[in-house]
Design a protein around this ligand. Structure first.
Ligand code: ZN
Ligand code: ZN
Length: 335
């Protein structure tokens, strides 16, 4: 037992009022307090798991990262076979499909290589700010509200980011690659510029995880649900009739990909068109309304190299620049 009075621990942070101290103790700035390293590391590791799982969503499998690319390709090949049953466009050029499949492999490995860095940065940011405020249940009846709540929150974040992609030229320069496919089908799903996922991991997902802390079960359910994106891009005559606000359908999403600027700035939702209804950006297509897809000026990558360097293609002069610039990001609103 020590003799004398215990040595006073040095305070590295002084609060001006008990209220301020209470606020800090809730974890908002826990990294500024004593044992800061321990708290920061604990919060960062917890969120690292969450963020990494979100990134792995893009890789195709939570458990087996290495098989992710094969899972993507298998889904797309099965989807291409199903599309033949009731296609919107018959005889789509094979060169488009081959390009999408090849680009999908390149993009997968780009994500795989960059994911740990982006995930760590996002995890540290979320962890340092206190992590998820609402801890979602990981078992029992609580899953019935936790899973829909997390899916809705993530889909809202996706919706807002997608709006930004069509509003800001910097983001549209990348997102226009996804819209440049003149033969929309299941292989278009992964035709996103390879840096976009890192932007989302750093700038979009952390905001959801600041509010909600999902359990692995909730996270996995959301990952599986997001595979619906493959269906939404299929070249198939499929809609949900009067239930269209419930779930994104191939017809509903095809309208978003329309080359005609009359359809611009609508149907942004990834999973739930209800967000388009709330923000008044929906266009409910008529029974046989399946517009042609692509960019208004018809620009599209001529090969894999151009797809990889898409936003820089004009500077690299990979091929002649079209006379008319692509105005998709600032085209008129439907309403
Ligand atoms: Zn878009
Ligand atoms: Zn799309």
């Amino acid at each position: 037992m020590r003799r004398g009075s215990p040595r006073k621990r040095r305070r590295i942070w002084h609060f001006s009022s008990p209220r301020e101290e209470a606020f800090f103790q809730r974890g908002a700035f826990s990294f500024c307090r004593r044992r800061c390293c321990g708290r920061l590391v604990r919060a960062a590791v917890t969120n690292l798991i969450v963020e990494t799982a979100l990134v792995l969503e893009q890789c195709g499998s939570v458990e087996k990262v290495g098989t992710g690319v094969f899972l993507w390709l298998a889904i797309m090949l099965v989807g291409l076979a199903v599309e033949r049953l009731r296609p919107v466009e018959k005889g789509q050029p094979r060169s488009n499909i081959v390009l999408n499949l090849a680009y999908s492999i390149v993009r997968f490995w780009a994500i795989f290589a960059g994911a740990p860095i982006a995930a760590t940065a996002a995890a540290v940011a979320v962890g340092a700010l206190g992590g998820g405020v609402i801890v979602l249940p990981g078992a029992g009846w609580g899953l019935f509200w936790a899973i829909p709540l997390y899916m809705l929150a993530m889909d809202l974040a996706e919706y807002l980011f997608h709006r930004a992609q069509h509003a800001w030229p910097f983001l549209w320069a990348m997102h226009s690659l996804h819209h440049s496919d003149t033969a929309l089908n299941i292989t278009t799903t992964t035709r996103h510029f390879w840096i976009e996922v890192a932007i989302k991991v750093l700038c979009v997902y952390p905001f959801v995880n600041l509010l909600l802390r999902p359990s692995p079960v909730v996270l996995t359910a959301n990952v599986i649900a997001n595979y619906w994106n493959f269906v939404a891009h299929m070249n198939i005559r499929l809609s949900f009739g009067r239930f269209w606000p419930m779930l994104n359908s191939p017809q509903y999403h095809r309208v978003h990909h329309a080359a005609d600027l009359a359809y611009a700035n609508c149907n942004f939702a990834a999973l739930f068109p209800v967000f388009d209804v709330i923000f008044r950006t929906y266009h409910r297509p008529e029974k046989d309304e399946y517009p042609a897809s692509g960019l208004e000026n018809g620009e599209a990558p001529s090969g894999l190299l151009e797809a990889i360097a898409w936003p820089l293609r004009r500077y690299l002069r990979i091929r002649p620049v079209p006379d008319t610039p692509d105005e998709g990001f600032k085209s008129k609103d439907l309403r």
